[in-house]
Write a new protein. Structure first.
Length: 357
């Protein structure tokens, strides 16, 4: 497939509004990169700059070492899959998948072989003579992917392709995209606002906020070692709990509660003695039994786990994902402890940890 380099990309519109700031990324051959972030963070704008649908204000875009910054979209050897499928309703599925090759006036026999091969990969062979209106949303999205596959592009670009599907179809189509990536060993840039898609699909994730890249890394790196409060609260569901606390002489004191620390954690926080810090604890890093107490408001049974919502100390809100099926009532007191904690500087919002970790 291909290697892609995004070097210091900026997007500044005519009204001087800047949507993307100094975006840098090296995409390896066959890598699936997911750009994730809330609406308006610049992820789709970045994808459109790569596709050639938006001009690049500053910076360079290289494909296999060739500068394509100013190349028109049709000359970039990329295929884009949109969230709205963009299928031609009057054409059959076969004709939709063959359309771009027909425009290029490729040999009809070659077109036929490519369409059949793509249809087999996507389990669409039995649907080729149907119209898009006769297919489910998931099948129509597979047709859109098939139309890209037949072109055999160097890079696939996905712009929130699952956002129009219901939860069940999103899950099954997500698996199909993952299998497609493994089968084709394709280089893919994938945009979504859904962090579940990012965590399950990506080789690496690019987390964005307000046009800036916040962190680039594997799904585990962003989940386990977030660079800052934004990444910590955006990645992971339910979101990470955040508490305003103070580190005083080896103790971590919150509003009406105190969390015990290991010697290693005390060493990490030593420069912040008698200073305010932000404590982050994921709901799944809270376990029953211990010196802390959650006063329950509600609980949600999730089968193997129970999501307990309540307050800790003098009223700080907290959510805990406890193992097993629990039936806590409003006002119940549940003893818990934190199995893992994250620390952040409240001024910079950056993570506090030892260098190299």
């Amino acid at each position: 497939m291909a290697e892609l380099q995004l070097q210091h990309l900026d997007k500044i519109y005519d009204n001087n509004v800047q949507a993307v700031y100094d975006f840098n990324l090296d995409v390896k051959d066959g890598e699936l990169i997911v750009l994730v972030g809330p609406s308006g963070c610049g992820k789709s704008t970045t994808l459109r700059m790569v596709a050639g649908l938006e001009d690049i204000s500053n910076g360079h875009l290289l494909l296999d070492g060739r500068d394509i910054t100013r190349a028109p979209a049709k000359d970039r050897d990329m295929a884009m899959v949109f969230q709205n499928y963009a299928l031609y309703g009057h054409m059959t599925i076969y004709e939709n998948m063959a359309f771009s090759l027909t425009l290029r006036k490729e040999n009809p026999n070659v077109i036929h072989k490519k369409v059949l091969a793509a249809a087999e990969i996507l389990d669409l062979t039995a649907q080729l003579n149907k119209k898009p209106s006769q297919l489910s949303g998931g099948q129509r999205q597979r047709v859109a992917m098939g139309r890209s596959i037949v072109r055999n592009p160097k890079v696939f670009l996905f712009d929130e392709p699952l956002s129009n599907l219901d939860a069940k179809l999103r899950s099954s189509t997500r698996r199909e995209i993952l299998l497609l990536h493994k089968r084709l060993q394709a280089t893919i840039l994938y945009v979504t606002h859904d962090q579940t898609e990012a965590l399950t699909l990506a080789d690496r994730i690019v987390c964005m906020s307000m046009g800036h890249v916040q962190q680039v890394g594997t799904p585990l790196e962003l989940y386990d070692k977030p660079n800052n409060i934004f990444v910590a609260t955006f990645i992971g569901l339910p979101p990470m709990n955040m508490f305003n606390v103070t580190f005083e002489d080896g103790k971590l004191k919150g509003d009406g509660f105190e969390a015990p620390l290991t010697d290693e954690q005390k060493s990490v926080l030593a420069p912040y003695n008698r200073k305010a810090i932000t404590l982050g604890v994921r709901p799944e890093d809270i376990a029953e039994g211990g010196e802390l107490t959650i006063k329950v408001n509600t609980n949600e049974n999730l089968g193997m786990n129970t999501l307990v919502h309540g307050k800790i100390g003098n009223g700080s809100r907290i959510s805990a994902k406890l193992r097993g099926w629990a039936s806590y009532k409003d006002g119940d007191a549940v003893p818990v402890h934190f199995t893992k904690m994250h620390f952040f500087d409240p001024e910079t919002t950056n993570a506090i940890r030892k260098e190299g970790n």
